[in-house]
Design a binder for this molecule. Structure first.
Ligand SMILES: Cc1cc2nc3c(=O)[nH]c(=O)nc-3n(C[C@H](O)[C@H](O)[C@H](O)COP(=O)(O)O)c2cc1C
Length: 365
């Protein structure tokens, strides 16, 4: 029996990832309001545990490219020197302590009309008022998301500023030691808001046709590429379907993947939903992997699968059946941050044990 695909390396541009089992971005809502956007010890321990657990690529949570782009007042950012220095400490830790040379990725994001909201364990929902350090939000139009405060429709200078902010955050990410960037254009956040015909009803150069709705994302990708080394991989997370009539769907996502690849994207991370509320989503094991397969096959762009992938055998199947080139996981690895150690053992691959933990490794025979 050869090495399972899950534990074979993957090259993206100039970077070799030691294997194909990666950590999906997960907001921790754990910044100190006194130091907005600065990741702290929680983030170090949270992300560091996955490196000790054998992950090959650890993604940070959605990290805002400017203060207004944070989902909640407790989100991380990468728009000032204090944030850059704090992220540098985390990338250095993972690089130093991963037993397999794990890489670190950052998900760069702007929440648009879904910004300035309460975090999940705050006991509150909806928009945070100014008195509690909330802020005015922006979006493609002035239409609110599901009872949130209404955003201000972005004008030309707002759009130019957001494009520049993505570029500046990308430059900071390189300086902070990240190996991989992911642009968040899924889950109903700003770039997805512009992409989705259900949200973007503009009639200027940023809306009205599929190409014009895509223009902001492509401009962001150009700004990001201009600020990172040629050998650095850039991933794009998309919602492959809005799960709603008249919204983005599998076919439009194949076209989007082709356009993104032409603007320097190396892999599409295929998620779904989030643009509009109150959807019925057929959630089940691997429920988004079929979109990843379609994009990979029809657009010819590498994909990462995400969504209810929980067992080593299931992850291996996603790769072996050609649905994706890598497997991201979120909740299963929160439950077991050493998932990859156990997965390697289950699949018969050499296990990436940290020397500090080796006495716990299963012995052959
Ligand atoms: C605690 C938590 C925080 C999340 N934060 C983000 C995020 O910052 N960015 C993102 O793209 N997805 C985020 N997600 C979605 C996950 O990355 C993933 O797409 C989703 O949980 C489905 O994968 P799973 O079934 O392996 O959990 C989050 C999920 C969880 C559970």
């Amino acid at each position: 029996m050869g090495t399972p695909l899950l534990f074979t390396p993957l090259r993206l541009r100039g970077l070799e990832l030691p294997h194909r089992g990666w950590v999906s971005p997960m907001c921790q809502y754990s910044c100190d309001p006194a130091e907005p956007g600065v990741p702290r010890d929680w983030h170090l321990v949270h992300l560091g545990q996955f490196a000790a657990g054998g992950a090959a690529l650890v993604f940070t949570e959605a990290t805002a490219v400017n203060a207004a782009g944070r989902i909640s007042p407790r989100d991380t950012g990468l728009y000032n020197a204090a944030q850059e220095a704090a992220w540098q400490r985390i990338t250095a830790f993972i690089h130093e302590h991963s037993p397999i040379g794990a890489k670190v990725g950052i998900q760069l994001a702007h929440a648009g009309r879904k910004a300035s909201t309460y975090w999940p364990f705050s006991g509150r929902t909806g928009s945070v008022p100014a008195a509690e350090h909330g802020w005015g939000t922006v979006g493609p139009t002035a239409e609110a998301f599901d009872g949130f405060a209404a955003p201000r429709a972005m004008d030309a200078s707002d759009i130019a500023a957001v494009i520049a902010d993505f570029g500046a955050a990308a430059a900071r990410a390189v300086r902070a030691g990240f190996d991989v960037l992911e642009i968040h254009a899924a889950h109903g956040y700003l770039l997805h808001q512009f992409l989705s015909p259900l949200v973007n009803t503009r009639t200027d150069e940023w809306g009205g046709t599929e190409e014009r709705r895509r223009a902001l994302l492509l401009a962001v990708l150009d700004a990001v590429r201009a600020n990172v080394p040629a050998e650095m991989p850039v991933l794009l997370r998309i919602s492959a379907t809005d799960w709603a009539d008249g919204g983005l769907d599998a076919d439009s996502s194949v076209r989007l993947a082709r356009a993104a690849a032409a603007h320097g994207v190396d892999m599409i991370d295929v998620s779904s939903g989030g643009a509009v509320p109150h959807l019925t989503i057929p959630v089940g094991p691997g429920y988004q992997s079929t979109f990843a397969e379609q994009i990979r096959r029809l657009a010819g762009v590498p994909t990462a699968a995400i969504g209810l992938i929980t067992s080593p055998e299931q992850a291996e199947h996603v790769l072996a059946s050609g649905q994706a080139d890598a497997v991201l996981m979120a909740r299963a690895v929160l439950r077991n941050p050493h998932w990859w150690l156990e997965a390697a053992h289950a699949l018969g691959a050499p296990a990436p044990w940290a020397p500090q933990y080796e006495r716990a490794a299963p012995r052959p025979g």
